[in-house]
Design a binder for this molecule. Structure first.
Ligand code: G3P
Length: 218
């Protein structure tokens, strides 16, 4: 299981990277806007800053929704840094563009995926990653983890190389469920990653060790 952090916040990216377990970063237009990044050139500079912090894949999302626009933006993004993965929404022109990118050797992340059918099209187009949104399905009383399971099974059955990048992860339990479902990657908030560290028996056990040591070494 690879861990990506799902943010454009450089401090959180640095903190996650310093843990030594970070494999990449995903961003999207909302996460970039949240950091107050305005304009195409500032976005590009920010993506390069992220690439200079993390030695792993960094997803940068196109804004265009037409084929020609996606191609133009995607090629510009891919040229920024070898670690850039072009993030493309799962729409008709997006699938067409992913096919073009895969033939050009440009790596892609097909995003806003909510069904096995969409995931099938992304894989057939040659997407490097597919991003099923777990949390947003759970938000409407659907089963986000079940979608991950279905996609993992489908890709294994047909031998697709596209990696399942579980997105819209809201908490630590989602990460555990994605591991059990066989996702290749989970892209998470920092809090969810740090939540994996928490266990009361670790805390109480360490306290006991230190207290016992102090009894004979004070
Ligand atoms: O990368 C997609 C992810 O950022 C969406 O998360 O919480 O807005 O559903 P969320």
């Amino acid at each position: 299981m690879k861990f990506f952090i799902d943010t454009a916040n450089l401090d959180q990216i640095r903190e996650a990277n310093d843990l030594g377990v970070l494999d990449g970063v995903t961003t999207n237009p909302s996460l970039m806007a949240k950091e107050g990044i305005r304009g195409e050139e500032n976005c590009k500079k920010h993506y390069v800053e992220i690439c200079n912090i993390v030695d792993g894949d960094v997803s940068a999302e196109v804004i265009a929704t037409d084929y020609e626009g996606i191609i133009k933006e995607g090629e510009e993004l891919a040229a920024l840094h070898p670690n850039i993965v072009v993030k493309v929404p799962c729409i008709a022109d997006g699938i067409k563009a992913i096919k073009y990118f895969s033939q050009k050797g440009i790596r892609t992340n097909c995003t806003l995926v909510f069904s096995p059918g969409q995931a099938l099209l992304a894989a057939k187009a040659g997407a490097t990653y597919v991003s099923p949104f777990v949390g947003r399905l759970d938000d409407i009383c659907s089963d986000g983890i079940q979608l991950i399971e279905k996609i993992v099974d489908m890709y294994a059955y047909y031998g697709f190389k596209t990696q399942v990048l579980a997105a819209s992860i809201r908490h630590t339990q989602h990460i555990i469920q994605c591991i059990e479902a066989g996702a290749d990657v989970a892209t998470c908030p920092l809090s969810a990653i740090k939540g994996l560290l928490k266990h009361p028996l670790t805390d109480s056990g360490l306290a006991t060790f230190l207290a016992d040591y102090k009894k004979v070494n004070s």
